[in-house]
Design a binder for this molecule. Structure first.
Ligand SMILES: CC(C)(COP(=O)(O)OP(=O)(O)OC[C@H]1O[C@@H](n2cnc3c(N)ncnc32)[C@H](O)[C@@H]1OP(=O)(O)O)[C@@H](O)C(=O)NCCC(=O)NCCS
Length: 188
């Protein structure tokens, strides 16, 4: 199998499948300590590991139930990769989870909000999910702001539920229902 996922566009961005040419950039992004601070990996992140992650994406036709699917976020005006967004579909396909990461130099322009909102749109209208979730460290203010701007609601904190190697932290849960997203879009 290989990826047949058609890129998703926004005003300023293209969300497209990653290729092996993205491996060094992905490793650099994940090796940044401010990026890794609240994430499931520890910096540094090797190019070899980035290649393995991309190879696993390349073996999927697109988002599949039970697996994460990662997309590069490319800026239209100069073709630069700003970061990545990811979508996870639950086994029954009713719920999706989203994730997002930008290079430090790409932050502060609401690119993560624009890219993640497009992914939510895809999950609701193309996949037909009922609910979208996101989890974040409660201190990750930029991430919380991105979610709130899109319309996610804080649903609670799972205490000491998030492990990275042998370190545990609280996990803040955010949720957005498809009908809430549709109502928001209609109100635009
Ligand atoms: C989360 C992330 C993608 C957001 O990138 P971004 O959209 O460019 O974020 P911005 O810099 O525009 O910030 C988004 C909002 O958070 C606010 N913000 C950012 N850092 C902040 C801080 N340290 N304290 C308070 N507010 C902060 C911004 O002012 C902005 O607010 P606004 O929407 O009211 O204008 C980026 O910070 C990142 O890649 N972080 C590392 C990876 C990560 O943690 N991903 C999320 C995992 S759940």
């Amino acid at each position: 199998m290989e990826t047949t996922f058609a890129p998703l566009e926004t005003e300023r961005l293209v969300l497209r499948p990653m290729t092996m040419d993205d491996a060094e950039d992905l490793a650099e992004r994940r090796s940044d300590t401010t990026t890794a601070q609240y994430q499931a990996w520890r910096a540094p992140y090797s190019v070899e590991r980035a290649r393995e992650l991309i190879a696993s994406m390349e073996s999927q036709p697109g988002p599949l139930p039970g697996l994460w699917y990662q997309l590069a976020v490319e800026r239209k005006r100069d073709g630069k990769v700003l970061g990545d967004v990811a979508l996870y579909l639950s086994g029954n396909g009713r719920t999706a989870e989203v994730g997002f990461t930008l290079h430090p130099w790409a932050r502060g322009h609401h690119y993560a909000t624009e890219a993640t909102a497009r992914l939510v749109d895809y999950a609701v209208f193309d996949v037909g999910v009922h609910r979208i979730e996101a989890c974040t460290h409660p201190h990750n203010i930029a991430s919380v702001r991105v979610l709130e701007r899109i319309g996610f609601l804080a649903e609670g904190i799972r205490r000491e539920a998030y492990w990275v190697e042998d370190e545990v932290s609280d996990d803040a849960i955010y949720g957005l229902l498809a009908r809430e997203w549709i109502a928001r879009r209609e109100g635009d």
